[in-house]
Write a protein that binds this ligand. Structure first.
Ligand SMILES: C[S@@+](CC[C@H](N)C(=O)[O-])C[C@H]1O[C@@H](n2cnc3c(N)ncnc32)[C@H](O)[C@@H]1O
Length: 195
């Protein structure tokens, strides 16, 4: 079993039964880092498939090694950008849950354009989500949280969910463990696609 997806060898838009070899709900994690959330989630939910996208080569390789070592048949990893995934690779209404956990906040104003969560990205996520699908986001960065709150509040076709309920039972990421140890405030967001 190979966990690493080779974009030269799969159909685009991504075809989940081809990729996972089965029909099951598919979740995405965008920016998986070292993979702590991904690996714990995949082990706890073998009935769901999960594709993680990570653009940093070192982290991508680490996730591949860890997923393979644990024999997680429901994990696939793709080294590409969130933008490639959102604007080129995903079929409409094909995803159940999207996790964007602690996206880089790019605090300097001249870098804000690099932020992952934009109105365009949220519209693309809306297209990719199935009816009733969920977008779950967390950040520790208060200013970015304010921006995300505004973007999500204005995003058509979503209904907000109570974050504590939506995140209940889900593992924490590596960054969240670190930030909790430091006593930092975490800002969670949860939305459901309603039309
Ligand atoms: C702050 S880290 C958080 C990692 C992990 N989610 C966690 O909470 O421990 C952000 C991660 O997103 C990845 N990343 C940032 N921008 C990305 C993009 N546009 N496409 C794919 N990955 C991205 C980074 O390489 C990094 O691993």
């Amino acid at each position: 079993m190979t966990v690493e997806l080779d974009l030269n060898r799969v159909a685009i838009p991504l075809d989940w039964p081809e990729i996972f070899g089965r029909t099951a709900p598919v979740d995405l994690e965008i920016g998986a880092g070292k993979g702590r959330f991904l690996l714990e989630r995949a082990a706890a939910a073998p009935d769901r498939s999960i594709l993680a996208v990570e653009r940093a080569l070192a982290y991508h390789r680490l996730c591949c090694e860890r997923a393979a070592r644990r024999g997680l048949a429901n994990v696939r990893l793709l080294r590409t950008s969130a933008e490639d995934l959102l604007y080129r690779l995903l079929a409409p209404s094909s995803v159940e849950t999207v996790f964007i956990l602690f996206p880089d906040p790019w605090p300097k104003k001249r870098h804000h354009k690099r932020r992952l969560i934009t109105p365009e990205a949220v519209a693309a996520l809306h297209r990719a989500l199935a009816a009733g699908g969920r977008l779950l986001v967390k950040t520790d960065h208060e200013a970015y949280a304010g921006v995300i709150a505004g973007i999500l509040a204005d995003a058509p076709g979503f209904t907000p969910l109570e974050p504590a309920v939506a995140f209940a039972g889900l593992p924490l990421t590596g960054f969240e463990h670190k930030y909790r140890d430091q006593g930092r405030t975490i800002f969670p967001f949860a939305l459901e696609k309603t039309d």
